[in-house]
Design a protein around this ligand. Sequence first.
Ligand code: NOJ
Length: 565
Amino acid sequence: MTSTARPSMDDATWWRHAVVYQVYPRSFADSDGDGMGDIPGLITRLDYLADLGVDAIWISPFYTSPLHDGGYDVADYRSIDERLGTLADVDVLIAQAHERGIRILMDIVPNHTSSEHRWFKELLESEPGSPAWDRYVVREGTGADRETPPNNWRSVFHGRGWSRIRTADGTPTGYWYLHIFDTTQPDVNWQNADVHEEFISTLRFWFDRGIDGFRIDVAHGLVKEEGLPDFDYPEDTDDATPPMFDEDVAHAPFWDQDGVHDIYREWRAVADEYDPPRVFCGETWVPNAERLARYQRPDELHTSFNFSYLEAGWDASAMRSSIDETIANHARVGAPPTWVLSNHDVIRHRTRMAPVGADGERDLERGLRRARAATVFTLALPGSMYLYQGEELGLPEVTDLPPEARQDPAWHRSGGTDGTRDGCRVPIPWSGDSPSYGFGPGSESWLPQPPVWADLSVERERGVDGSTWEMYRQALALRRAEPALGEGPLEWLDHDGDVLVIRRTSPDGSSVVAVLNLTDGVVRLPAHWGTEVLVSSGDDVAVMSIDEGGSFIALGAETAAWLRG
Ligand code: NOJ
């Protein structure tokens, strides 16, 4: 039943059911041995991605950047960072990916630029009130010497959300610029016409080169509430803006303002001019499924990340609520949901889902078991799924990076207490027993790789029965070939305890039942749900006969399977 046939590149609805693989380019494949992944390295791995069976790749930013925030601090939106490649490399990447039936989503960062962007330099070189100043969110400070920030907003990366503008000799002025992220990431002013024009022409620049769409960074953050009012921070938060998903920040004056939707209507009109139309996926940390679905209204974004599912963890009722609310709210606007378990900003799901033992340590073996099960179950949900590089190998989070190796600005701004984002960005192991584990031609990697990488490399897993890599490959091939796993409905089937069971049915009536056993014991499933095991996350799934005739399925602890009758 499995098929590796590529989907047609003419299918304009591909994004409704795609499996999209996220490449964090600095950590994927290094072609020149400088320890940093690059575009030529990615090109050499396109066959790998085709073999894995992904429909598209989303590549985190590779534009010219001082890399103070891993490239999410863009100095020039139309050139490539010289450490990562050239525009010519990108052209080759697009052509070669398309030849393999793989689409390319780039990452656009419209909430802020780098402080090294020509616009910010122009601001620093001109007088207050000049046109260059209006492209950023700049206000006078308060207090006698204007030495107090314009309001109390904090940075997501800890500390103040405002910094003083200084003259060329370093003297502080009475003016402050907003940076919801690092000081080197000034927020742009989306009330300024230049900003609209510049980003639209950047979209066209890349669409004309042939990319298939964009993931939009901080898509919910571009517009700030009129008057920039103080925010009433929840009492128990530290000096950082609390997690973006927190109910308490639902009404923060810098997130999810209604005006942001006008921007996406403009952008959608541009994307629709192309044939096939280009697509958008928003990074939208919003408080509930109703607010999320607004971004997917028919004249706005095609999809947005549904982070409630990622946040649900290994919890049957939280997962089920997220699935129900997401599907119901997306149905109202006619959009497909998205599902994601890991990305470059969160702890890898193998580690996140690992239970903490009596010794205070995470049980990573059970973490892997759970992560595999969660992945198999999630791949049976309707909509599109985003995978993060390395999860197909079962990589854990690297939790013991030495402080001097860390690069995340949140780590530095928090005085070394917030260290959650470097550990998922450690370069990928491809082969061999020592660093860089085939990541590059030499031993360099910009973050140190742990010894356990030797056992988790592509070379160790590919072609090996039961490996995590083979499980992903098999599930992706089946998902692509199986009509029941397309856009059709999802129906819940009842089972006692923490066991999630869904039935997916195709228009021609064929169906697949997907089961996720979150308990730590074997569960018994009725045979009429299906006795053919299409794929499972573990080997402890079996059809058992009953003495008096008939049979049932025994599904092991913390295991998922797809069944067909
Ligand atoms: C979200 C990105 O995913 C993250 O990596 C980045 O630091 C912030 N946006 C700021 O651009």
